[in-house]
Ligand binder design. Structure first.
Ligand SMILES: C[S@@+](CC[C@H](N)C(=O)[O-])C[C@H]1O[C@@H](n2cnc3c(N)ncnc32)[C@H](O)[C@@H]1O
Length: 243
């Protein structure tokens, strides 16, 4: 098994065991189990209603959606909101601890299922099995080469005419000193994150995303700015459609 995948699995499994809601939405005021579940889930509703707004506006797609995949579903914050707008939702995450909690969060949604991602690919899913593939604040935690591999897998899983909607960080701003430090001295930051149980965010350049999408027969539908990753980085929501 690939060592960076193994280390991501270890790190997210441990975050999911210690403080899963904060690991998903790391508001410093909510560290140490301080998220209220209702408030936390309301953020998922509001994020998904924003994404559905983009799908409606740019891709002429409205609920009820077909089969949706939520890549990096965490504790099911967004899967839950997708479930009430789709025929089915499948959430997949690298951390078994996150998936255990997602099972509880999605208990009342018979059209939702979740599973653990056990490899650094998505071979557990067949080609062309989803109408919408979504991923939020997940690609940003995967080093760029692996992130592009996952994005190509997400394209493979879409049916023709299906839509991919995902968020990625495309640039660091000068104020992101921790991020720059991580790019220059990854080992130092790795040790720091192990000690404080935090996580790194990675930049996946827009140019590489477009090059990949072109090679996967994906048509660009729209790009929207995203405030979700903080003011020190450029975070965007990309929407592509499979030809
Ligand atoms: C910040 S959380 C976001 C969770 C969810 N998307 C949300 O917005 O509520 C990032 C999630 O990505 C998952 N993740 C990280 N690397 C992954 C990988 N290679 N495959 C699947 N999930 C991954 C983590 O376990 C974590 O649950």
């Amino acid at each position: 098994m690939n060592s960076s995948f193994e280390s991501a699995r270890r790190q997210w499994t441990s975050l999911g065991a210690d403080d899963p809601l904060w690991a998903v939405l790391s508001d410093p005021a909510k560290k140490g189990g301080k998220w209220n579940m209702e408030e936390f889930l309301a953020t998922g509703e509001s994020d998904v209603s924003r994404f559905v707004g983009f799908l409606r506006k740019h891709a002429h797609l409205s609920p009820p959606l077909g089969d949706v995949l939520d890549f990096g579903c965490g504790v099911g914050r967004l899967s839950r909101a997708w479930a009430s707008r789709a025929k089915s939702v499948t959430g997949v995450d690298v951390a078994p601890t996150m998936i255990q909690m997602a099972e509880k969060v999605l208990r009342e949604f018979p059209n939702a299922r979740v599973c653990v991602n056990v490899e650094n690919n998505l071979r557990q899913f067949s080609d062309k099995s989803f109408d919408v593939v979504a991923s939020y604040i997940t690609i940003q935690h995967i080093p760029p080469a692996a992130a592009l591999t996952y994005l190509s897998e997400l394209c493979r899983l879409l049916r023709p005419g299906g839509v991919l909607i995902f968020q990625a960080i495309t640039e660091r701003k000068p104020g992101d000193w921790k991020g720059w430090l991580g790019d220059w001295f990854p080992w130092l930051v790795e040790i720091h994150h192990r000690l404080i149980k935090g996580f790194r965010v990675f930049v996946t350049p827009e140019k590489s995303i477009f090059r990949l999408m072109q090679s996967m027969a994906m048509e660009t539908v729209a790009i929207e700015e995203d405030p979700g990753a903080g003011k020190n980085v450029t975070s965007r929501i990309f929407i592509f459609r499979k030809r």
